[in-house]
Structures are given as C-alpha cells and as structure tokens.
Design a protein around this ligand. Structure first.
Ligand SMILES: NC(=O)c1ccc[n+]([C@@H]2O[C@H](COP(=O)([O-])OP(=O)(O)OC[C@H]3O[C@@H](n4cnc5c(N)ncnc54)[C@H](OP(=O)(O)O)[C@@H]3O)[C@@H](O)[C@H]2O)c1
Length: 169
C-alpha cells in the first residue's frame, strides 16, 4: 500500500493560520478531492476540526489521544502508525492501493519518514501563520512533475502542483 502525503505550502513553509488555511484556493481544493476520493484519509484531530465534517466519499481516520470527543462518522486512532494500519484495512476494503496523509504539522513531520510520494501544492506567496511544513525537503525526495497554474476565480494566489517521489537509496 502506497502512503501519500498531500499538502499545500506557501513559499515560506506556512500551511495553517488560526485553525484554518491561510488562503482561498478553489483549484487546489478540486485537485485535493480528485486525488483523495475513494481513498482513506488520515489526519490529526485539529485538521479534522478545521474541515468541520468527515470528508465525503473517503474513509476518515483521525489521530487523537481522546477518541471520546469524535463523532461516530470517523474512525479514531491513537497515533500515526495505528492510523496507517487502519487505513490499510480500509484501503483493502475499498479496493484502493493508496492512503493519504492530509495533515497537520506534526502528522506530516512523522509521515515524511514513511511516505512514498508527496503531492505538494506550492502556493506562490509568503503566508502568515504559525503552522508549518518542513521545507526544503530532505535530499531523499526528488521532484518528478511540476505544473504551474495562474490564479483563477476563487484563487488568492498562483500555485504549482509538484510531485515528489522518494529517491532510490
Ligand atoms: N495547507 C495544508 O495542506 C494543510 C493541511 C492540513 C492542515 N492544515 C492546517 O493545519 C492546522 C491544523 O494542524 P495542526 O498541526 O495544528 O494540528 P493536527 O496535526 O491536525 O492535529 C493535532 C492533534 O492531532 C492529534 N495527534 C497528532 N499527532 C499525534 C500523535 N503522534 N499521537 C497522538 N495524537 C496525535 C492530537 O489530538 P488530541 O489533542 O485530540 O489528542 C493533536 O492535538 C490548521 O490550521 C489547518 O488548516 C493545512
């Protein structure tokens, strides 16, 4: 089972502000849905709360030390390893070959050691916010594709879809 990270990052590494996203990027949200639909998604409890509901059409697995405060619409896991184990079972049930780690900061940092691929949206702006992703990526990651998009209706900034794969050891 492939483990994929999907993240949108400003040029200064910021990914979140005040419990939400620092930008409005409709084009990125459409791509997020297209890539993750039908797959299990693993997230931290604050990311789940920032989305505000289970992502439809996906198995939602939420990492928390206190599962009692989650609704029954999502699966709780006590740590990333347990979440990925649950996600693997869900993926097999769904006939999916991939699970997505969708944030936030600590979950990404841990997942970087075990992921196979990163779907990164580079947001072409310096954003304000306290939640960050560790840029630049370590040398073991190599860029395999890049597509730039100009801001359209519903986008605050230009952005690029960039894919990284783990370089062979
Ligand atoms: N730009 C992007 O692509 C992107 C993606 C995702 C999120 N975000 C943004 O990032 C922010 C949320 O991220 P965040 O880093 O603040 O929080 P987070 O990682 O979403 O959630 C943190 C919580 O997850 C649980 N958790 C995480 N790791 C754990 C572990 N190893 N063991 C046990 N529990 C663990 C804990 O929940 P409990 O406290 O319940 O125990 C912890 O308080 C928001 O602003 C959101 O909009 C941005």
């Amino acid at each position: 089972m492939r483990v994929a990270i999907i993240v949108a990052v400003a040029e200064n590494g910021v990914i979140g502000r005040d419990g939400g996203l620092p930008w409005r990027l409709s084009g990125d949200l459409r791509r997020f849905r297209a890539l993750t639909i039908g797959k299990p998604v693993v997230m931290g409890r604050k990311t789940y709360q920032s989305i505000g509901r289970p992502l439809p059409g996906r198995r939602n697995i939420v990492i928390t030390r206190n599962s009692a405060r989650l609704s029954g619409a999502v699966e709780a896991a006590p740590d990333l390893r347990a979440a990925l184990d649950r996600a693997a079972i869900a993926a097999a049930e769904l006939g999916a070959d991939e699970v997505f780690v969708i944030g936030g900061a600590g979950v990404y940092r841990e997942a970087l050691t075990m992921a196979d691929i990163i779907h990164m949206t580079e947001v072409h702006a310096a954003a304000e916010g306290a939640v960050t992703f560790p840029l630049p990526l370590a040398a073991e990651w190599r860029e395999v594709s890049r597509e730039r998009r100009s801001a359209g209706d519903g986008d605050d900034h230009d952005y690029s879809f960039v894919t990284f794969e783990r370089a062979p050891a």
